[in-house]
Every structure is written in structure tokens, then in C-alpha cells.
Design a protein around this ligand. Sequence first.
Ligand code: G1P
Length: 296
Amino acid sequence: MTTGKAITKAVIPAAGLGTRFLPATKAMPKEMLPVVDRPAIQYVVEEAIDAGLTDLLMITGRNKRSLEDHFDREPGLESALEKKGDKDRLAAIEHASELGPIHYVRQGEAKGLGHAVLCAKKHVGAEPFAVLLGDDLIDEAETLLSRMIEVQEKTGGSVIALIEVDPSQISAYGCADITSVEGEDYVRVHSLVEKPAVGEAPSNLAVIGRYVLNPSVFGVLEATEPGRGGEIQLTDALQTLAVGDGEGAGVYGVIFKGRRFDTGDKLSYLKAVITLASERVEFGEDLKTWLKDFVS
Ligand code: G1P
């Protein structure tokens, strides 16, 4: 089942409080934490654009103005760099403001990821759309999101991205029970549970922060009661769609085996920064030499 119309909309929830990074995130959004020299959120916006998504909606909240500033023009800084002849930095700041236009809507209350996605209802309307969570950075060489869009267009349902994790880690994620689809590289998702206890997880397949959703998810979210943590969970709405047979039901999964970086907690954030920095031509080799000395 295809609608024939290309998917162009991406929703980027960025309203979280960033409590895991306090005090760094007391006056600054966690999405602005630098990963080498770009804020984490810029990687996500670039990934959406690389996948052909041109209509970007960010779900923000209080204290998130710097996100809007980052993707806006900054004429004072531009002319200062121009006067100095600093072409590379000028190009870098212009690039960030040319990624848009980006639309913004505020969530108002922190009522969970499902509620954040529901805030996009009016903007998205009746079209399938992507959701990208900022804590997951997908390597720029990967084509996960494009593949998910293809699977959505083919199946007409909703598509999630799954990774295999060590069973001891599953309680940090949504978890999926799946079966394979004959002749296809994607899977059918039969049920989903948000952050199950280790002994109760139906599999070791964890939901990561990329989704391509059928717009019927909005109606389901409106009827979804608060779940884990007292929040409206996107996972719970997807569970309803996975077991349902109404218009737009059906959930499929793409199992991702490529490179992904988690910037959601301090240790994995540091690993992401070091890995990506060590691959930079300007200073990667120097960093690796220094790291070897440092650990010995
Ligand atoms: C959210 C989702 C969870 C998913 C995770 C991926 O949780 O609720 O199902 O596995 O993102 O990053 P959060 O990490 O926001 O608590």
C-alpha cells in the first residue's frame, strides 16, 4: 500500500529537561552539547535532510531558545568573520542557518515522548512522517532512515528501528517481539513494551530513536493513557498499532547493524565525542597518539 506521495516531514522532539547532564544543562538545552564542534542536534537535522526530509518540526519547550538561534542567521557574527577573512568558520555558521527553514512548536508540559509527538499533529496532518530523537546519532555513512521510509511506503504501516542489545541493557529501551517477513529485510512487530524488566523482556531487540509513522498514530496517542513513569509513551501507542487492524495499523521493524552513538548519558556521550574526534582529519591522529599515552 503506497500513497504515492513522498514523505517530507520530520519531527524532532527536543523538549526534554536534560537532567542527566546537570548542571551543564541548567541554562542550556542538552541538544546543544557539542559533539566535537557541532551541537548534537545539528547531526540529527543533517541526517533528516540527507534522507530527503525537507519539512522539519522541532518540539521544544522552556529554555530552548538557543536551538532556534543556532539554526538562524547571525548577521553580526557573519560580518565579523567576513571582515577577518575567516572563510571556513563563516561557511560553518552559514551552513547551520541554511539547513532550515525549521518550524517550532512548544510542548508546554513534559508529559512524555508520546505527548511530544502528539504536539506535531497539526503540522503533520494526514501524511506519514519521520521522528528523530536527539540522543541517538546515526553515522553519516548509514542510510537507516531512507530504508525506513522505503519500508513505510511499501507497507503503509509504521516503522521502527531496532538494534540487538545485551539482554542486561534492554530495560533502558522499548523492546519488540518480532517475526521475519519472507523475502524481506524488514520484520513484522507483534508487540512492544516500554523499558521492560530484564527477566520480562520478549527479546533483546531494542527500539532506537528513529521512527517513520503512519499518521493514525495521532488518534491512538490521543487515546493512550499515561504509562511507564506516568508519561504518555510512544511505545504504548505503537503497541496499539501493532495489534490493531484498523486504518494505518501494522508496525514493522528495520534491524540496524550500523554505527550509532548514544549521547544520552555521560559515559556514552564521552565515547561518542572521542570516537568522532578521532576520525577528524585535522587532529584525529594526534588525539589517538595522545590517548595511547594517556591510558598507558
Ligand atoms: C525513548 C523511547 C524508548 C526508546 C528510546 C531510544 O526513551 O521511549 O522506547 O528505546 O527512546 O533512545 P528515552 O531514552 O527517551 O527514555
